[in-house]
Unconditional design. Structure first.
Length: 447
């Protein structure tokens, strides 16, 4: 039977730094708890307490919680409203889908002056004739019942009918208790017969249809049988589900043990290529940088803490959420100089692994002539040489006369200007010259 332990309470008090003495709110739902205990001693400052979806049959050990404002006991086995007089500041009580048949027990809540809202939906007492009027008249401090607001006129009418309603409720309650006692007796008799059944021949031959039913099918057929809705049947259902869950977990454990062992290396030491997750990848041999580049697909929203990358001299291994990706490399790499990066947009992994063996690269030849020319003629730097003929812009503006290219008899032929000997001598005399200069007429003049 699961119980409320200090370890459980501290694990549910993470929002309060695991301190239980000053804890104001705690949730202990779906823990299969069968008894309320220790909370009134450990957590005296509790204001909100969630205990829904358990197997609690009785309200107890909460009277010391003076500051308690909200108590949720939905989906339990509570049969009576009791032991809540000490919860002075209780404002909301939720008893949805329980087994409260004793409607007169709600009279014990009269001392809870701050009680404003209560839920009893899904309990047997809600089927009683006059249920709502009786609760409204009994608890004048209530403002909401089963999610419906209580009006002033409804309260006045209910208080006027209270004596008659109480007698009617008492009769229906006694009838319900007799019915419950009869059903409980029948269930006990049925369980006794089942226990007294001796193993042996049951009247079925091996050729009979359904003679070879498995235990699972028999248990399933028993569950499919209609059973009364009682606290005992609910406990039995919970236990059956727990046994099924344990059997399923045991089968999974056995299957995992029988699963083939994962092998990363053969017996002779040869590393295997493995891709358990069937991830997309690409391996690039970057000869320019003398390194391997591995791009590996990774789920975009996977937490980085679930990734583990190992680079060895001959292979690389990546573990993604328990699934192995391993690849053998063609050349030996340097693990110390390797790096791993992850894209923030796509989630892909980029593993860069420099090679151990270096590549000898040829030296680039330098054009010494170009450097010398650039040094000697700094003005020519940035200019490009042209192999085309250049035309003077002044001459290009003059268009040639293609119609008078050949001279006629009427037009004289243009002759080139000549220089007379007198003019030559005058120019020569004008030029300053040293005393030992000899003027040779046969030598053409300098231009």
């Amino acid at each position: 039977m699961p119980r409320i332990t200090e370890e459980l309470v501290r694990s549910r008090a993470e929002h309060n730094n695991c301190e239980i003495s000053t804890l104001e709110e705690i949730s202990l739902h779906q823990q299969d708890i069968e008894r309320i205990e220790h909370l009134d001693k450990w957590c005296k400052c509790l204001k909100i307490l969630y205990l829904q979806s358990n197997l609690i049959p009785k309200i107890e050990n909460v009277s010391r919680l003076k500051k308690l404002e909200y108590l949720n006991l939905a989906l339990n086995n509570v049969t009576k409203v009791e032991n809540l007089q000490g919860c002075e500041w209780l404002e909301k009580l939720d008893l949805t889908v329980n087994f409260v048949g004793d409607l007169l027990s709600t009279e014990s809540l009269r001392s809870n002056e701050h009680l404003r809202e209560m839920f009893l939906t899904g309990n047997p007492c809600t089927d009683y004739d006059g249920y709502r009027e009786f609760v409204i008249a009994t608890l004048p401090q209530l403002q909401w019942l089963d999610g419906r607001e209580i009006s002033k006129s409804e309260r006045i009418v209910a208080q006027q009918k209270l004596p008659q309603l109480r007698e009617k409720i008492l009769e229906q309650q006694s009838a319900y208790e007799q019915k419950q006692a009869l059903e409980k007796k029948e269930e006990e008799e049925k369980a006794r017969r089942k226990a007294e059944k001796q193993p042996g021949f049951d009247g079925r031959w091996y050729t009979d249809t359904g003679a070879h039913l498995s235990k699972d099918s028999e248990s399933d057929s028993n569950v499919d049988e209609p059973t009364p809705y009682t606290p005992e049947s609910r406990i039995a259902t919970h236990r059956y589900i727990a046994e099924k869950r344990n059997d399923t977990g045991q089968q999974k454990t056995d299957g995992q043990q029988q699963k083939r062992e994962r092998r990363l290396v053969t017996d002779d030491g040869r590393v295997l290529n493995i891709n358990e997750g069937k991830y997309d990848f690409s391996l690039t041999d970057n000869e320019a940088e003398n390194q391997f580049e591995l791009s590996l697909e990774c789920p975009r929203f996977m937490d980085t803490s679930l990734l583990d990358c190992t680079v060895e001299p001959t292979h690389v291994r990546v573990k993604l959420k328990g699934k192995i990706f391993q690849m053998v490399l063609a050349e030996e790499v340097s693990p110390d100089n390797s790096s791993v990066k992850r894209s923030q947009t796509t989630g892909y992994l980029l593993i860069v692994m420099p090679k151990v063996k270096e590549i000898v690269k040829p030296v680039k030849l330098i054009n010494r002539k170009a450097e010398l020319s650039s040094v000697q003629n700094p003005r020519n730097e940035g200019k490009t040489e042209s192999n085309f003929l250049e035309v003077d812009p002044s001459l290009a503006a003059k268009k040639p006369d293609i119609y008078n290219m050949v001279a006629t008899s009427d037009q004289p032929v243009a002759s080139t200007p000549t220089i007379n000997s007198k003019q030559q001598s005058s120019t020569r005399k004008a030029d300053p010259s040293p005393d030992d200069f000899i003027d040779d007429p046969e030598v053409p003049p300098l231009i």
